[in-house]
Design a protein around this ligand. Structure first.
Ligand SMILES: Nc1nc2c(ncn2[C@@H]2O[C@H](COP(=O)(O)OP(=O)(O)OP(=O)(O)O)[C@@H](O)[C@H]2O)c(=O)[nH]1
Ligand SMILES: [Mg+2]
Length: 248
C-alpha cells in the first residue's frame, strides 16, 4: 500500500495564526503555478481528487493541509509565477509564505516541483537560494516526465544535478510523473525519512506494472533516482550512459 494512502484533507490556511497547532512534522510542496504540485500530492496519496488539480494556473491559493498520520501533514502551497498583481504577490509572500517557509518549526523539508520540460526557471532558482539557508532538505521532483523522451529526461536530470550540487543545500532530485505514476516509491522513501515514517510499506512495485523485473527495467529506462548531491559529486554520470545508475 502506498505510504501516504491514508492522507485526508484537513484544512485550508490563509493566515499564519490559523496554522494547525498539532503538527509535529510536515512537508511543503512548492513550485511554479501549474508545475504539478497538487497532482504530485494526489499521486503520492494514490487518490485522484484529494488536492485540487486544474489546467488553469493559480488554482491553489492558500496552504492546503493533508493529514497523513496524526500530527503529520503534506502541505500544498500556492504556485508562483502566475500572473497576479504585484501587490497581491507581495502580500501573499510577505504575509504568509515567507514566514511559513522560514519559521515553521514543524516543517521538515520542501518538495520543489519543476516541470521537467523547463526546470530551473528564475523563480525556481530564487526559491532554492532562499530556502537552502534554512538548512532543511529540498527534494526536487522533475514533474511531467512522461512528456519527455528518454534522452530529454536524461538531459533535464543532468542539468538539474549540476545546479543543485552547486547550491550547497541539502538537495536531492528525481524524475517524476503523476500521470504515469513514475517515481512514487523513490519520492515516498525520501519523504518518509523526513517525517519519521517506516518505508517498509512503500517497497511494493507500482500496481500498474506486472512484475518486479518489468519494474526494474522501466525504472532503468526512465532514470528513476533520488541521487544525493554528495553522491553525484563523487560519481558524475558517464557521458550518455548514466541512466538508472543509482537504482538498486
Ligand atoms: N502529462 C502530465 N500532466 C500533468 C502531470 N502532473 C500534472 N499534470 C497536469 O498539469 C496541470 C497542472 O497540474 P496541478 O497539479 O493542478 O498543478 P499545480 O502546480 O498544483 O498548479 P497550481 O495549484 O495552479 O499552482 C493539470 O492539467 C495536470 O493534469 C504529469 O505528471 N504528467
Ligand atoms: Mg495546485
Amino acid at each position: 500500500m502506498p505510504l501516504f494512502q491514508k492522507a485526508v484533507f484537513q484544512t485550508t490556511v490563509a493566515r499564519l495564526q490559523d496554522l494547525p497547532d498539532d503538527s509535529q512534522a510536515e512537508i511543503a510542496f512548492a513550485g511554479r503555478s501549474n508545475s504539478g504540485k497538487s497532482s504530485a500530492i494526489n499521486a503520492l496519496a494514490n487518490h485522484t481528487r484529494l488536492a485540487f488539480v486544474s489546467r488553469t494556473p493559480g488554482r491553489t491559493q492558500h496552504l492546503n493541509y493533508f493529514r497523513i498520520e496524526p500530527g503529520k501533514y503534506l502541505v500544498d502551497l500556492p504556485g508562483y509565477g502566475y500572473a497576479k498583481a504585484p501587490e497581491e504577490i507581495r502580500a501573499q509572500w510577505e504575509g504568509l509564505l515567507a514566514p511559513y517557509l522560514r519559521r515553521r518549526e514543524a516543517l521538515c523539508g520542501l518538495v520543489l516541483i519543476m516541470d521537467s520540460r523547463h526546470p530551473l526557471t528564475e523563480l525556481d532558482l530564487q526559491m532554492l537560494g532562499w530556502f537552502a539557508p534554512t538548512g532543511k532538505p529540498i527534494h526536487v521532483l522533475l514533474s511531467k516526465a512522461d512528456k519527455l523522451t528518454r534522452q530529454q529526461q536524461e538531459l533535464a536530470s543532468r542539468e538539474v544535478a549540476s545546479v543543485l550540487t552547486a547550491t550547497g543545500g541539502r538537495c536531492t532530485w528525481q524524475l517524476f510523473s503523476s500521470l504515469r505514476k513514475w517515481g512514487i516509491v523513490q519520492a515516498e522513501t525520501v519523504l518518509a525519512g523526513w517525517v519519521g515514517l517506516s518505508v517498509k510499506e512503500a517497497a511494493a512495485p507500482p500496481a500498474s506494472l506486472p512484475g518486479a523485473a518489468r519494474t526494474r527495467a522501466k525504472r532503468a529506462a526512465i532514470g528513476w533516482s533520488a541521487r544525493s548531491a554528495g553522491r553525484q559529486q563523487k560519481k558524475p554520470p558517464a557521458k550518455g550512459g548514466s541512466r538508472g545508475q543509482d537504482m538498486p
